[in-house]
Every structure is written in structure tokens, then in C-alpha cells.
Design a protein around this ligand. Structure first.
Ligand code: NAD
Length: 496
């Protein structure tokens, strides 16, 4: 067994127990950039061809199993994934940067999601039978075939499982393309998973998005792509999938607004909930709050209390128990958030840089950034209109609720949103006006959405819905099997 502190981790190609050789690239610890945590294979189109063939062969074994049989195998796989989660969580913090409890949540999500869809799997076989005077139609779900799951770096294990578990339950073999910025803990998780299932049912192809990712989405043997990542990459995936009319579901970026009404109780709970929503994972969660609209009557009180709470944040190595947030995941992300903040300062906004560095943080050796709160900026500034994906948030005052809803909707995104008020009925009514896939009242963070609620984005935030049976239907073909002996009532001109 590896200890997470080994520097020997490699994310290799996993497919049908075979060995594949490829060049490798390093994975750097974002809290100590001099430390190489491991390497990942740079798979190209030759390896992609072979892995797709393995998945096609596995489709002939996995697809015909009953849902109940697949469920039994997935339950057993979840048992395996529950072992030694602590070392995979530590590894995830070393490659991703986030604090250890978040990595535990991420890694712990894998067996939990697998178990949930193991329980759902028997329902995949349920057929709807429609009988009427003309005959009978059976509506049934069929697996689609080799399914590609493309994963981002912020919550790699959990987000992969959110797509992979329903795809497997629905009878599809899966090929995962991890992010080049956090491939290690995910590949290790999937290596374990693959070892418990028939050969070729779970495959991993590490590599670059522009090479391994692009080759997978445009491959004629792939029938479904489940993509989670940025909106620009989502567009490239759609273009690649167009070649073979491959079905695509997209979970993309968000620029989530939160509207705090005059009727909100600006107390400790509200302030801490909103702080948690903004700064979790150093602001790098797709449905973190990214913009705050606060009604004038509580604006000053809110901003004062919020700045004080944000000032308690301690930034450092995610493995240091003193840290409340870790560094940003990579240099590109740090440069992008820094540039947004500089542009905002240049436009005359007030940027309060708060919190402090952990005593042990090697500040110049990590992609660290202190949390900030930005006020005095117009609604059309870039920090408001773009997804910042970092530990900062703009706070914009408003007078009329209609204006707040208009500003909340004035975005290309539509992933999630929240309304905060003691008047729940009013908050729910305001929420009805917001164009987002999920709208929460008095909460807005990991845990706010669950399997009983469809999850996905409107507008440029995505295509399709995850969770529950919605996720099963995203990766199933629906077939109508119909026998209607009496065609006399069908429309059409009389046949002479
Ligand atoms: P990204 O788009 O840069 O990369 C995501 C994945 O796509 C990586 O594995 C990458 O290698 C791959 N990829 C990139 N270009 C590709 C191409 N042309 N073809 C195939 N694959 C390609 O995103 P990121 O920087 O890893 O993640 C951050 C983004 O993801 C943010 O915008 C965030 O909001 C979004 N996100 C969305 C959700 C959601 O559920 N809606 C969840 C997490 C993250």
C-alpha cells in the first residue's frame, strides 16, 4: 500500500488489465510548487483507439446484465472503495491544494454515490407499458455504449462519480479522462474500482484535454460524453462530438448570484453560511456564490459583519490543520483571479484583502491568495460578469427587488442562485424569477442540492440534468417497442 507522502504516484492508463506506455508529465503540489507529487501519462489517439475497443468489448458483457446484477456488483465495488480513503484524501490535498476535510468529502463521495446508484440500478429495467384500443407499446431503457466522463480539477473524485455511477448503473462501460491538474487520487480510486468489475467496464485515459480529451469525444466508438468543466471547453466538446452525432451532457461554469433581502436576519448563521459558500475550496466550486446583491436596508450591516467573518480565514497548506482554505489549484487560475482583482482596483472599486497566512505557509512557493471582499463596483465590471473561481466576491447594493432579479439574470450563466430572507414565502416567490437550474432559499453550498433534486445549468451553464433517475436517463437510449395491429385509425390519405 502506498503512503500518500510517497512521490511515486503515477496516473497510468487503466484498461482491461493491460499495460500501456506513454510519456508522462509532472503533477505539482500547489502549496509547495517545488514538490512533484507524481506523474500522469500523456495518452494520445493510439491509446484512445485501444481503450475504446476494450470498452466496446466490455459493453457486450456489462450491458446485457440485469440492473439488479449490476447493482450487486456496484455495491461490492463500493466496499472496496471504502478502504484506505484517508491516504487517497491526503494525496488529493497534495495535488489539488484544498484542506483535508474537503478532500475527505470528495474521496468519501465515491463509495456513497456508487452505493446510491447500485440501489437505483434495478429500476433501470422497469418498463412502461401503454395499452390502448390500437395495441400495446413498451417503453424501455437501453445502454448507450462506451461513455466518456471528462473531469475538472476542483472536486475530481466526487464529480467523476456523479457521472460515472449512473452511467455504470445504466449499463454503459466508462472511459474517464481526469484533469491534468488533479489526476492522481482519481486514477487511484478508479484503478481500485476497475479491479472489482469485469475487464474494460471502467477505464482511465489520463492526458491533455486537447489530445486525449479531444480524441475521445470525437471517436466513432464513443456513444455518450458526460463533461464537467469550463464553458469554453464545453463548446470544444460539442464541436468534437458533432462529428459522430455523439450525445453530450454538459455541467459547465456558473456565476451564481445570492440576493440578500431587507427581510433577512443578518446574524451569525447567515454570515457564516455565505462565507462558507463563497470561500469553500478557495472559491473554486462551480456553484459557490460568485456575486452578492444586498438590499440597501441591510447592506452596511451585512458588509461589516461579512468583512469581519472573512478576516478569520487562514490560508495555508491544506494538510496544515491551522488552514481554513488552501491555495488555488494552479498558476493559470491564480493569474486569472489576480488579473480580475487588479482590473477591479483599477476601475476604482474597494478591495479589502482579509484573513492571514498560516504560520507554516511557504507563501512564495505556493499559489496562495488571501480572501477578499470587493465593494463600490458597478454591476457591469468584469468581476461581476465573469466567473472568478477564486477567493473573492463582489458585493453590490440594490433598492428594488426587481432590479436585483434583473442583475442576477444578466449573465450568460444559469447554474444556481439563492435568496436570503426570514420571509420564506417572499423569498420563494423571488426565486421563481431567477433563471438557474437550482435556486435555494437561505442556503447555497455543497449539501444544498441532493439526489432528490435535478442538478444542472441553464443557458451557458450546461446541457442536461444530473442526480436521481434524471442522470440515468441522460445516459440511456429510450426505445418504444410497439405492436398496434389495427392501423385503420392512423392519419394519412386513403390508399386507393
Ligand atoms: P476545464 O474546462 O479547463 O477542464 C475540464 C476537463 O476538460 C479537463 O479534464 C480537461 O483536460 C478537459 N478538456 C479541456 N479541453 C478539452 C477538449 N477540447 N476536449 C475534451 N476535453 C477537454 O475546466 P477546469 O479548469 O478543470 O474546471 C473549472 C471549470 O469547471 C469552472 O468553469 C467550473 O465552474 C466548472 N465546473 C462545473 C461544474 C458543474 O457541475 N457545473 C463542476 C465543477 C466545475
Amino acid at each position: 500500500m502506498h503512503s500518500a507522502a510517497d512521490t511515486t504516484w503515477t496516473a497510468q492508463v487503466v484498461s482491461a488489465g493491460r499495460k500501456y506506455t506513454a510519456e508522462t508529465a509532472p503533477v505539482v503540489n500547489p502549496a509547495r510548487t517545488g514538490e512533484i507529487v507524481g506523474t500522469y501519462a500523456l495518452a494520445g489517439s493510439r491509446i484512445v483507439d485501444e481503450v475504446v475497443r476494450n470498452a466496446q468489448a466490455a459493453a457486450a458483457v456489462w450491458g446485457p446484465l440485469s440492473g439488479a446484477e449490476r447493482g450487486r456488483l456496484l455495491h461490492a465495488a463500493a466496499d472496496t472503495l471504502e478502504q484506505d480513503m484517508a491516504s487517497r484524501a491526503e494525496l488529493l490535498t497534495r495535488e489539488q491544494g484544498k484542506v483535508l476535510w474537503e478532500s475527505r468529502l470528495d474521496v468519501g463521495g465515491a463509495p456513497a454515490l456508487l452505493r446510491y446508484y447500485a440501489g437505483v440500478a434495478p429500476a433501470v429495467d422497469e418498463e412502461t407499458v401503454v395499452r390502448d384500443a390500437r395495441g400495446t407499446t413498451v417503453i424501455r431503457r437501453l445502454p448507450m455504449g462506451p461513455t466518456v466522463v471528462i473531469v475538472p480539477w476542483n472536486y475530481p473524485v466526487y464529480l467523476c462519480m456523479m457521472a460515472l455511477a449512473p452511467a455504470l448503473a445504466a449499463g454503459n462501460p466508462v472511459i474517464v479522462k481526469p484533469s491534468e491538474f488533479a489526476p492522481l487520487a482519481l486514477t487511484e480510486t478508479l484503478r481500485l474500482l476497475a479491479s472489482t468489475l469485469p475487464d474494460g467496464v471502467v477505464n482511465v485515459v489520463p492526458g491533455l484535454g486537447s489530445e486525449a480529451g479531444a480524441a475521445l469525444v470525437s471517436h466513432p466508438g464513443v456513444r455518450k460524453v458526460l463533461f464537467t468543466g469550463g464553458t469554453e471547453s464545453g463548446r470544444a466538446v460539442l464541436r468534437g462530438a458533432a462529428r459522430n452525432i455523439t450525445s453530450v451532457s454538459l455541467e459547465l461554469g456558473g456565476n451564481d448570484p445570492a440576493i440578500v433581502l431587507d427581510t433577512a436576519a443578518v446574524d451569525d448563521r447567515l454570515i457564516r453560511e455565505i462565507r462558507r459558500s463563497v470561500y469553500t475550496c478557495a472559491g473554486q466550486v462551480c456553484f459557490n456564490i460568485k456575486r452578492l446583491y444586498v438590499q440597501r436596508g441591510v447592506y452596511d450591516e451585512f458588509v461589516d459583519a461579512f468583512r469581519q467573518a472573512v478576516d478569520e480565514i487562514v490560508v495555508g497548506d491544506g494538510l496544515d490543520p491551522a488552514s481554513t482554505i488552501g491555495p488555488l489549484n494552479n498558476e493559470r487560475q491564480l493569474a486569472s483571479v489576480t488579473a480580475l482583482l487588479e482590473a477591479t482596483r483599477g476601475a476604482g472599486a474597494r478591495v479589502d484583502v482579509l484573513g492571514r497566512a498560516a504560520d507554516d505557509a511557504d507563501w512564495d512557493q505556493g499559489y496562495f491568495m488571501l480572501p477578499s471582499v470587493v465593494t463600490g463596483l458597478p454591476h457591469d465590471s468584469a468581476l461581476v460578469s465573469r466567473e472568478q473561481f477564486g477567493p473573492t466576491v463582489p458585493v453590490v447594493p440594490f433598492d428594488d427587488v426587481e432590479d436585483a432579479v434583473r442583475m442576477a439574470n444578466d449573465t450568460e450563466y444559469g447554474l444556481a442562485a439563492s435568496v436570503w430572507s426570514e420571509d420564506t414565502e417572499h423569498a420563494l416567490a423571488v426565486g421563481r424569477g431567477i433563471a438557474a437550474g437550482s435556486v435555494f432559499v437561505n442556503s447555497h453550498r455543497v449539501g444544498s442540492s441532493d439526489m432528490t433534486m435535478p442538478f444542472g445549468g441553464m443557458k451557458h451553464s450546461g446541457l442536461g440534468r444530473n442526480h436521481g433517475m434524471w442522470a440515468i436517463d441522460e445516459c440511456s437510449e429510450l426505445q418504444a417497442l410497439s405492436h398496434r395491429p389495427d392501423t385503420s385509425a392512423f392519419p394519412g390519405p386513403p390508399v386507393r
